[in-house]
Design a protein around this ligand. Structure first.
Ligand code: ADP
Length: 396
């Protein structure tokens, strides 16, 4: 069965076409800079790899151009759009409404719309992708996979904020958590690799542009570091992670910033960007730190320190830990970050093997020392495969 996975952002559409259940990638690509200057489409299949600048004013035109490539006589991979039996959509926010992957109907679309205010940057773009795909693939089932759904198993003490009850009861203000598709995917990989009996207590550490950690008990999320929105918890590329909310009032009341500026500071100008005076990519930050840049070294030390703090918290709530999983761009590739997080943790039975940690690979692997009580794993995440898998399971 052919399943197209779409991740529709405000100015881009990432796509991958899968053969399921084999998980074979038939083609993949991205439409970038939709509605902006110099829009570009990338398309890659076994037949060719193409990059083309063309006029793409909106998501509909973008997806139509993708379909043109899919159907193309020379580089295409399908004869008719009806070969695609399902389209799996990444939807960032499912609120408390969606705890599972669902087939999209009018009611689901209405509910996704109601959640626009919770994810104003993401849900409208995800919704747009759904509407456009419905028009182009009228025979396919449209499926929504939510970033928040995996965390709906958190107990109330983990998701409720200690603010007046009415804010949860009437306004749905609570911890939702994000990156759920990734946390679920790598946790299940760890469980099938080690056996469920050896992986009952997992902490997954997703370190990419956005960063989050999840405490997982018997395959279920019981706590996670991102909260109501995507700015809590770990230090991220441009996001501050945890800060004392009184800083916001000080910035507004005493230093003259308006709320939009504060929002911009906390979402885009903080985190590694703020600490290094402008760098967000770990490859650059690590290179500068290596060359003796003290701000870059401190930024890395602070990022690792924050992860360690959450690791301690999650070991406490899980009453111990079987496995730590590193994933996403930084988690999969940054040898120094994994080392900094795991060193000096022998009290907890965590002991990293420095040589195994330094091996570069795209494989699922263990990097703990022989006598480490806790397994330390590196597992490449694949949110697109997970969306295809969940879509396939749902409609099959
Ligand atoms: P997202 O999907 O959220 O954009 P990714 O999971 O692709 O993020 O992670 C991107 C980040 O991974 C980059 O910004 C960079 O910091 C980091 N990264 C990628 N490759 C390496 C590497 N070889 N060493 C260290 N960090 C890396």
């Amino acid at each position: 069965m052919k399943i197209l996975v779409i991740n529709s952002g405000s100015s881009s559409i990432k796509y991958q076409l899968f053969n399921m259940p084999s998980e074979e990638v038939i083609c993949s690509g991205i439409v970038e800079r939709i509605g902006l200057e110099n829009p570009k489409i990338k398309y890659k299949s076994s037949k060719d790899s193409i990059e083309k600048v063309c006029r793409i004013t909106d998501h509909k035109t973008g997806l139509e151009k993708v379909v043109k490539f899919l159907l193309d006589e020379e580089v295409g991979v399908i004869k008719s759009t009806s070969e695609i039996q399902a389209v799996g959509h990444r939807v960032v926010h499912g609120g408390s409404t969606f705890s599972k992957t669902v087939v999209i109907d009018e009611e689901v679309k209405e509910k996704i719309k109601e959640l626009f205010s919770l994810a104003p940057l993401h849900n409208p773009a995800n919704y747009e992708g759904i509407v456009v795909a419905e028009g182009i693939f009228p025979e396919a089932k449209q499926v929504a996979v939510f970033d928040t759904a995996y965390h709906q198993t958190m107990p109330v003490e983990a998701y409720k904020y200690a603010i007046p009850n009415k804010f949860l009861d009437e306004d749905n203000i609570r911890r939702y958590g994000f990156h759920g598709t990734s946390h679920k995917y790598v946790a299940e990989k760890a469980m099938s690799y080690l056996g469920a009996e050896n992986s009952s207590k997992i902490v997954t550490i997703h370190l990419g542009g956005g960063c989050s950690m999840t405490a997982i008990k018997d395959g279920k999320s019981v706590d996670t570091s991102l909260g109501f929105g995507p700015v809590a918890g770990l230090i991220m590329g441009g996001r501050a992670g945890d800060i004392d909310s009184s800083i916001i009032f000080h910035l507004v009341n005493n230093l003259g910033y308006d709320l939009n500026e504060v929002n911009n500071i906390l979402q885009k100008e903080s985190g590694m960007v703020g600490l290094t005076d402008g760098l967000s990519d770990y490859r650059d930050i690590e290179a500068e730190a290596e060359n003796g840049d003290e701000k870059c070294q401190l930024a890395l030390d602070m990022a690792a320190y924050r992860i360690k703090k959450y690791l301690g918290a999650y070991m406490a709530i899980l009453n111990g830990i079987d496995v730590i999983v590193f994933t996403a761009g930084i988690g999969e590739n940054s040898v120094p970050m994994r080392k900094m997080v795991c060193e000096n943790m022998d009290y907890f039975g965590i002991d990293i093997d420095v040589e195994k940690n330094a091996v570069r690979s795209k494989e699922v692997r263990e990097i703990q020392a022989v006598n480490s009580k806790v397994k330390i794993m590196v597992i490449p995440t694949d949110e697109e495969v997970e969306i295809a898998k969940q879509s396939f399971e749902l409609i099959n």
